[in-house]
Ligand binder design. Structure first.
Ligand code: DGY
Length: 328
């Protein structure tokens, strides 16, 4: 089988692919490939190991060729792949969710929340530029997190892990998702509310929904207007869930107290106005960047290709309906 890996990944997982005569090629570039490069390098392969920075649509699948059987995405999110186009063609798509990745993203969400509430980044910057003149009664006043209200939009695996950590801070936990999740309510003490209610009551709003047509720019002018004045927004999900222009306005006029952002609408580009807006913390899409998470992602992304090569159904099949009519 021919396998193409669009970029070198941490660890030695790629070596594992080189068994049973598999012919494995890894992009020589340590950067995302252009569409043209990807097609040229992947043409004729049976398996593609892709990253979330690769856009894989129907045209790319067709250009790679009718022998393409599977795209193993090295990410939890799969909004970079046209799933319908893959399913229509009998191409299997897998992703890499695991406790390791989910905990890593939940921890990063909390790092952003605490850093926002206590103005850690601003304070660090001031100290480094020599502005520290000794203890003062009124510098860098922030907010306690203890006892505040956290609104979680999307109570999946990551949202639940964020909620679990909030218990130590005795927070009131609100959530919104398509259907109420009674089991999580019992386990985590979270309360299902409408989005409007969540916006109105939350001191912190944290986003954990996938990017879909429904969630694209769902956090916009209208949503910000309904939020509690001075609330903090944390986004470790996908940048395009938030309308970045409206976010800048909400920060500028003080409707939002701050934003902790790991993801952006048009990555890797970040609206320059965000850097000038008050109390914004940006990290470069690193919520899953821990050794534990990335090792697990590598193990899964490679393991699922080998599982399919051996004729077995992989664990994290995003389009399970394709299994019976998959390309062979
Ligand atoms: C994912 O896996 O979808 C994350 O966004 C990677 O950090």
């Amino acid at each position: 089988m021919k396998v193409f890996v669009t970029r070198k990944i941490p660890g030695d997982f790629i070596e594992r692919l080189k068994t049973d005569g598999n012919e494995v090629t890894v992009s020589e570039f340590n950067r995302p490939l252009t569409q043209e490069e990807l097609i040229n390098m992947a043409r004729g392969v049976d398996f593609l190991l892709s990253l979330l920075t690769d856009r894989i649509d129907g045209d790319v699948m067709d250009a790679i060729g009718p022998q393409l059987k599977m795209v193993s995405n090295y990410a939890v999110g799969f909004d970079n792949i046209d799933i319908k186009a893959a399913s229509d063609r009998g191409i299997l798509i897998t992703n890499t969710p695991s406790d390791e990745v989910n905990e890593s993203v939940a921890e990063h969400t909390w790092a952003l929340m605490l850093a926002l509430a206590r103005r850690i980044v601003e304070a660090d910057e001031a100290t480094r530029r020599g502005a520290y003149r000794g203890w003062e009664p009124d510098v860098f006043l922030g907010h306690n997190v203890m006892g505040k209200t956290l609104g979680i939009i999307g109570l999946g695996r990551i949202g639940s892990m964020v909620a679990r950590r909030a218990q130590g801070y005795k927070m009131t936990l609100l959530y919104n998702k398509r259907e109420p999740d009674r089991a999580s309510e019992a386990e985590l003490g979270v309360k299902f509310v409408s989005l409007d209610e969540l916006y109105a009551q939350s001191d912190f709003v944290s986003l954990h929904v996938p990017l879909t047509d429904e969630t694209r720019h769902m956090i916009n002018k209208g949503a910000f207007a309904k939020m509690k004045k001075g609330a903090f927004l944390v986004n470790t999900a996908r940048g395009s869930v938030v309308d970045e222009r409206d976010l800048v306005d909400a920060l500028r006029d003080g409707q939002l107290g701050g934003a902790g952002l790991d993801v952006f609408d048009n990555e890797p580009n970040i609206s320059p106005e965000l850097y000038d807006a008050p109390n914004v913390i940006t990290t470069p899409h690193i919520a899953s960047a821990t050794w534990e998470a990335r090792n697990k992602m590598g193990e899964q992304a490679v393991g699922q290709i080998l599982t399919v090569v051996s004729g077995q159904k992989p664990e994290n099949l995003v389009n399970p309906e394709v299994w019976e009519k998959r390309r062979k």
